[in-house]
Design a protein around this ligand. Structure first.
Ligand SMILES: NC(=O)C1=CN([C@@H]2O[C@H](COP(=O)(O)OP(=O)(O)OC[C@H]3O[C@@H](n4cnc5c(N)ncnc54)[C@H](O)[C@@H]3O)[C@@H](O)[C@H]2O)[C@@H](O)CC1
Ligand SMILES: [K+]
Length: 480
């Protein structure tokens, strides 16, 4: 599991740790890791041209100490001081002592730099870059240099992943002690490039429950259902799929395709696209409806391509098994009916649907994804999965459980019908007995990995290709 902690938590842990260490020791650990990462990126340090952008806080201190280390190894290092009267004094003394030069012509040194260290702001940064830093940041980005962010790309919000103004896009970020949420959530994540975590001894002082977590292969493998020798289809779980309409039969086919490959023992389809479903998947159990009369299921998926069948949504929400609501189902659902349910509910909107559910503009959801998914979950008393380039999954019990962020997304998934496959898959995992937060995050992970597998066979890919690649994604996580 990859975990991220908020700024407040990081600062508390740092305070505890610093009290046990000689002054400045922590910054030296950070700077040593940072310099080592820069050396790796440069290949050859001796003779390399490095520019250090230095803001007014400790982030600039880290950058100066790392610059000093590179200068001692023979790099030509220049510092651009963006707040000269508030520069970290110890860092500056070490830097000049090691032969680093302070420059007053940032554009001259940036034009020929091999590597730029962005030490403008770290976890203390608020809002986008200040106006005086903007031309310098643009020149750094416009140069041929590798840009390395110290702790975080300057200008992004550490806690939320929001980017409220201009920020400096990095090729790599060296972060200290723990990931910060912004390094894992778009849009900030896109500014971080490749992220390397440098241990500074903070781990022991961090609480056991992080603010954000990202599954990795081993976590997904542990959560996936595994058929036991005595399993029959009913013990493995039956998932009911209420999807498709005369107008959108394809959504039913794709949701069933995802559901069949999600670990449930059988898929029961209810709706008006049974012929299309059976033609593609003869193993599906079909029923013309209503859902309540279709027979026992362990979980329902309702909504993809459903059209205006409000009654089907009401019927499914009245059941006593876990329910996933997607697409048209989200438009038709009654918030009180969701809140009143005893069994869990998983809502899977994209940004536009989430905006409608929250009654805010779509841009607001897109720019503050973490706050939006938490609010959705709290408002509906449900687990919320907010789809997007970094899909987030939040449980209904607030900060007691970490929000999950999917590290496996790919832009190739922005294709018609891919959400239908995801909802079938997640519903199948619900039927197999996974908790909604696990079902949603495992489904998002496998879905992204399947898309990557499909792309490896040839792109562009269709949603059907994603569904077809699910078994190889499943095999990948369970055999590595
Ligand atoms: N506390 C510690 O023990 C450690 C801290 N470390 C470093 O210290 C950093 C945090 O240091 P600080 O708390 O001094 O905070 P920062 O260095 O992140 O920034 C704070 C300073 O930047 C200014 N500022 C805020 N927003 C700005 C903006 N948008 N544009 C320009 N300036 C802005 C503030 O006025 C303040 O002076 C971490 O990110 C990390 O790099 C590391 O050395 C590891 C150890
Ligand atoms: K930075």
């Amino acid at each position: 599991m990859r975990t991220a902690y908020s700024v407040e938590t990081v600062r508390n842990a740092e305070t505890e740790l610093m009290a046990r260490l000689p002054e400045g020791a922590l910054m030296q650990r950070a700077a040593a890791g940072l310099a080592a990462a820069c050396a790796d990126l440069l290949g050859r340090v001796y003779g390399a041209r490095v520019v250090v952008l230095v803001g007014s806080g400790d982030n600039g201190g880290d950058a100066l100490y790392a610059g000093a280390r590179l200068a001692r190894r023979g790099a030509g290092v220049s510092a651009v001081l963006l707040a000269p009267d508030r520069t970290h004094q110890g860092g500056l003394a070490a830097f000049t002592g090691a032969g680093g030069r302070v420059t007053d012509d940032p554009f001259e040194v940036l034009a020929v730099a091999d590597l730029v260290l962005d030490g403008i702001t770290g976890i203390g940064g608020k809002g986008g870059l200040r106006p005086d830093a903007v031309p310098v940041a643009r020149a750094a980005r416009g140069s041929d240099a590798v840009v390395v962010a110290v702790d975080l790309p300057s200008g992004v919000e550490a806690d939320s992943g929001e980017v409220r103004g201009e920020a400096l896009r990095a090729d790599a970020t060296v972060t200290f002690g723990t990931y910060k949420p912004g390094l894992l959530i778009d849009p900030a994540r896109e500014y971080a490039g490749t992220v390397r975590l440098v241990g500074i001894g903070l781990e022991a002082h961090l609480p056991s429950v992080p603010d954000l977590e990202a599954l990795q292969h081993a976590d997904v493998a542990r959560l996936l259902p595994e058929p036991a020798a005595e399993s029959d289809k009913y013990r493995r779980g039956v998932v009911g799929v209420v999807a498709g309409s005369a107008r959108y039969p394809g959504a039913a086919v794709l949701a069933v395709a995802g559901a069949l490959r999600g670990g449930a023992g059988a898929v029961r389809y209810v709706g008006h696209a049974a012929d299309a479903v059976i033609a593609r998947f003869p193993e599906t159990l079909v029923h013309a409806g209503p859902p309540a009369k279709a027979g026992r299921v362990q979980a329902w998926v309702v909504g993809p391509g459903l059209g205006d069948d409000e009654e089907a949504v009401r019927d499914v929400l009245a059941s006593d098994v876990p329910v996933l609501v997607d697409a048209d189902g989200l438009r038709l659902l009654d918030a009180a009916a969701v809140r009143d349910r005893d069994a869990p509910t998983l809502l899977t909107p994209h940004a536009g649907e989430a905006a409608a559910l929250l009654g805010v503009p779509r841009e607001e959801v897109e720019s503050s994804r973490l706050a939006s998914v938490r609010e959705l979950a709290a408002h509906y008393g449900a687990t919320a999965l907010l789809k997007g380039s970094t899909t987030l999954v939040a449980g209904p019990d607030g900060s007691r459980t970490p929000v999950r962020v999917n590290p496996m997304g790919t832009p190739w998934l922005a294709t018609a019908g891919s959400g239908d496959v995801l909802s079938g898959l997640a519903g199948s995992l619900l039927a197999a007995g996974l908790e909604p937060r696990d079902a949603g995050s495992v489904a998002a992970y496998l879905h992204g990995l399947a898309a990557r597998h499909a792309v490896a066979e040839g792109a562009p890919i269709t949603s059907y290709d994603v569904a077809s690649a699910l078994p190889s994604a499943w095999h990948d996580v369970t055999h590595t």
